[in-house]
Design a protein. Structure first.
Length: 165
């Protein structure tokens, strides 16, 4: 069972921890991340959600919740390793943005990072209970998926797609 650190609205740890699924008050936040991976061709490594997950078969960037004791960057590196069996360079990353989001019973702090990698698709081993498929896609291909309601976009979506323009 995942355990999360709880933060206040100033993005400071409160010292409280909860288990995933526990209801949070409106002034309690847990940390979630989005990890965008871009290659030298300006293509993004996107994943398709597993059929058993909410928003099943939607395309997205890699993401998830930070576990207790992790910061956003550590959570990104772990999620990428877990979901794609891919090692990314923690020295070749930029924080794109951070924001408080209010979801009833589970407010969060979203941190969005962008990594550089030229991983080959054939070297990626997906975590099948999380990921159905993976591909490199251009900005235009992702925007088409988004417009066709096949891509799950969150805050800083356009910031990530335009980061290296």
């Amino acid at each position: 069972m995942e355990k999360w650190d709880i933060y206040n609205s100033k993005k400071e740890k409160t010292g409280k921890q909860v288990f995933r699924g526990d209801k949070l008050n409106d002034n309690e936040f847990h940390l979630v991340i989005n990890a965008w991976i871009v290659n030298d061709k300006n293509q993004f490594l996107i994943t398709q959600r597993a059929p058993n997950k909410s928003y099943s078969l939607m395309w997205e960037c890699t993401g998830g919740s930070a576990l207790a004791g992790e910061n956003g960057l550590q959570a990104c590196i772990r999620e990428i390793k877990e979901e794609l069996n891919l090692d990314v360079d923690k020295n070749n990353v930029n924080l794109i943005g951070s924001a408080l989001r209010y979801f009833k019973g589970c407010p969060d702090i979203l941190e969005v990072y962008i990594f550089k990698s030229n991983a080959k698709i054939e070297d990626i081993k997906i975590q099948e209970d999380e990921v159905n498929d993976v591909m490199w896609a251009s900005k235009d291909e992702i925007l088409k998926l988004y417009n066709d309601k096949k891509f799950e976009a969150s805050l800083f979506f356009m910031n990530a797609l335009c980061y290296y323009d």
